[in-house]
Design a protein around this ligand. Structure first.
Ligand SMILES: *Cc1c(COP(=O)(O)O)cnc(C)c1O
Length: 226
């Protein structure tokens, strides 16, 4: 299992080098919903540095498992799923990046909890670029209508995240990713003065397109495990 993951991981790193050059800062986040605590040890041994979990309960179990083995500090822990406010307390003291902040009231609650825990938390804003009803996230127009309300004492908003629409049509996927990059530029100009640096976009089937459109973080699941 480790060998297979390692081979897949290296293939992805090679694609990154080909598209973004040798000296790049691209972060590969392994979507860990496909595996358990034991599986995370395989990921660590394959060289994976960062994982992203979709569910708080699953993350809590995996974190406790690795804590017991004194291995949890081998990984950077990202949250990539829908976060409910009443579950923030289970991840607030160790989470390294929350990629999927999808509404304003969640920012307020996260700031409150971060303050109580004496932490400054890095977050990305999840944007619904494609405008599909079924998708979570801020609408582009809503984000552009904010200004000072996006500054919090204990949150660093460092970029944007999106999920591409479910389609085989490359041009639609590319337009979504390009739209996220343009929105980042616009928000940097209008509100953030350049402090938005991260674009989390691209998964197993479309990470190459995402890299071509400026992704700094790609979230890979199935391609690592299959
Ligand atoms: C599962 C998941 C991924 C990875 O998906 P794959 O297509 O398996 O690479 C990325 N982002 C999120 C939010 C996910 O839930």
């Amino acid at each position: 299992m480790v060998d297979k993951i390692k081979k897949n991981y290296e293939e992805i790193l090679n694609d990154i080098k080909e598209i973004c050059g040798e000296n790049n800062n691209i972060k590969v986040v392994c979507a860990s919903k496909y595996t358990d605590g034991e599986g995370l040890i395989n990921l660590i041994n394959a060289g994976v540095l960062t994982i992203g979990e979709n569910r708080v309960q699953a993350m809590k179990e995996k974190k406790e498992f690795l804590d017991e083995k004194k291995l949890s500090n081998k990984l950077s822990w990202h949250y990539i799923g829908t976060l409910q406010k009443n579950k923030i307390k289970y991840i607030i003291d160790y989470i390294d990046l929350i990629q999927s902040v999808h509404e304003y009231s969640l920012l307020e609650e996260l700031n409150k909890k971060a303050l109580q825990n004496n932490r400054v938390i890095n977050v990305l804003l999840e944007v619904n670029i494609s405008g599909e009803e079924s998708k979570h996230g801020f609408k582009k127009e809503d984000l552009l209508s904010f200004s000072g309300q996006l500054f919090f004492s204990n949150l660093n908003i460092i970029g944007l995240m999106t999920m591409a629409p479910n389609t085989e049509e490359d041009s639609i996927i590319r337009n979504t990713f390009r739209g996220l990059r343009e929105l980042k530029d616009e928000l940097n100009h209008k509100i953030f003065k350049g402090t938005l640096t991260e674009l989390s976009m691209g998964m197993s089937n479309d990470y190459k397109i995402a890299l071509e459109e400026g992704a700094t973080i790609i979230r890979i699941g199935s391609k690592l495990f299959n």
